[in-house]
Design a protein. Structure first.
Length: 230
């Protein structure tokens, strides 16, 4: 965060100067400290110069593209990254998330939606560092005990696979997650077991969340966590 104000610092990396300026000005006008970078080299210089709390990264850039940047940064300590791409297909979104993006938006995006996604990603990071619980709707997820509770259900312990799936859903509200994605999120020491048992695990998780479980089947596509980002 900015040392002077404590305001989160956002770096917008996009070779489209007009769009980069629009986004940085919008974010700055809504309580964030935003600056721009035209390419990966300018991004590296900005990261070396100051602490950046989140990067908004364009997928298609001249020189080093967004996926290459993600692969390069994923091994070390880095800010969370929201990827933007004019290539809005499911495969592009999945690749971006698998390579390490914390969220993904197709271009052109609504600046207000981008702002909401930025705040949600920053909030998740703060919660993970400072609190042993995650809250979503009326539910509380205890990250230490690996249990979930709500006013109308008894506290229920979660298996490792159920815990992995639930945190994947909570981190990606109102996004359709394919079965293959969920298998990847749930993988432990035995990937084949999860491949066969993912539907059974989801069924058990829904029961533990109670009759109002916010996990919806999207026919032909996958599953969605229906609660909106807070």
């Amino acid at each position: 965060m900015s040392a002077e104000t404590g305001t989160p610092s956002i770096l917008v990396v996009d070779d489209d100067r007009e769009l980069r300026t629009l986004i940085t000005e919008f974010l700055s006008n809504h309580g964030l400290h935003a600056r721009g970078a035209a390419d990966a080299a300018e991004m590296d210089a900005a990261l070396a110069e100051q602490t950046i709390d989140l990067i908004v990264l364009d997928l298609m850039m001249p020189g080093e593209d967004g996926l290459s940047v993600l692969r390069r940064l994923r091994g070390g300590r880095r800010p969370p990254i929201i990827m933007l791409s004019a290539m809005g297909s499911d495969s592009d979104r999945i690749i971006g998330l698998e390579v390490g993006a914390d969220d993904y938006l197709p271009k052109p995006c609504n600046p207000r939606e981008l702002l909401a996604r930025i705040r949600a990603v920053l909030r998740r990071g703060q919660e993970a560092q400072g609190s042993p619980v995650r809250k979503f709707g009326d539910w509380t997820l205890d990250l230490v005990e690996r249990s979930v509770s709500a006013p109308d259900i008894e506290t229920a312990g979660l298996t490792d696979t159920e815990f992995r799936l639930l945190t994947a859903f909570v981190d990606r509200p109102q996004q359709v997650l394919t079965r293959d994605q969920l298998i990847d999120f749930a993988k432990g020491s035995d990937a084949m077991m999860f491949d066969r048992a993912i539907d059974v695990t989801l069924s058990r998780l829904r029961k533990k969340l109670g009759p109002r479980a916010p996990i919806r089947t999207v026919r032909g596509e996958g599953y969605m966590f229906t609660l909106a980002p807070e």
